[in-house]
Design a binder for this molecule. Structure first.
Ligand code: MN
Length: 233
């Protein structure tokens, strides 16, 4: 019994080595697990299921061993691929999960999030997040041509790189501990798994008494990264 978690692969045709690592990861490791959870930013960018996407097809092909083995794969939106919809998910054999979601992993209720909603000190980003998750914004964005959407995504990526580079210190770009605790309280859990910050670690702390943990998944910019939770003896 084992459950695998990954996030922040940022799959993109410009990084073929990472695509190959992902194909190997699925074929050699993920097919052995009981379930695979992808907690957002699977793709570097996603401008809509209707846009022809070669990287989208590569992912569908890479997931074939999972579908053949009948292993379930779940996907939660990240800030790069929040427009990934039911239509593509069905083709890829992914079940969409809301952010946040709670699952019971081998007896331990566990909260899963992408993690961007916990970075509440980054007000510029939170304002954009609220706007871009509204059905109105998404409807009008998806009504534009794919060329216009691609141009918007490229500009947003530039802007986000600039935002990370200047004037925004490490603390602002990380999760806020109060937001972490409040999310865990609300869900009644003592374990949280998230990605987004690209700072893989396990943080232990007291959550109003009992000990709690926050597992942060790593990104795939340089190499594969996953967390495997096995059923304890
Ligand atoms: Mn992210």
């Amino acid at each position: 019994m084992s459950t695998l978690f990954i996030s922040d692969l940022h799959l993109d045709l410009s990084r073929p080595e990472i695509i190959r690592q992902f194909e190997n990861f699925i074929r050699d490791e993920a097919v052995q697990a009981d379930a695979l959870y992808i907690l957002g930013d699977l793709f570097e960018a996603w401008i809509g299921d209707d846009a022809d996407s070669e990287i989208g097809q590569r992912f569908i092909d890479a997931m074939q061993p999972m579908r053949d083995a009948g292993r379930p794969a779940f996907f939660m939106h990240g800030n790069r691929d929040f427009l990934l919809g039911e239509r593509y998910a069905r083709k890829a054999g992914l079940t969409l999960l809301p952010d946040p979601s709670v699952i019971n992993i081998h007896g331990t209720p566990t909260l899963m999030m992408h993690g961007d909603s916990l970075c509440i000190d980054d007000e510029t980003y939170q304002a954009f997040r609220t706007l871009s998750r509204s059905p109105e914004w998404q409807r009008s964005f998806l009504a534009r041509t794919t060329a216009e959407r691609q141009a918007f995504a490229d500009a947003a990526r530039e802007e986000s790189m600039r935002h990370t580079r200047d004037g925004n210190n490490e603390t602002i770009m990380d999760v806020n501990q109060k937001a972490v605790e409040s999310a865990m309280h609300k869900s009644g859990v003592y374990r949280l798994i998230h990605g987004h910050t690209h700072r893989p670690n396990t943080h232990g702390f007291q959550l109003s008494g009992p000990s709690a943990e926050r597992i942060v998944l790593g990104d795939w910019y340089e190499q594969g990264s996953s967390v495997n939770i096995k059923a304890g003896p």
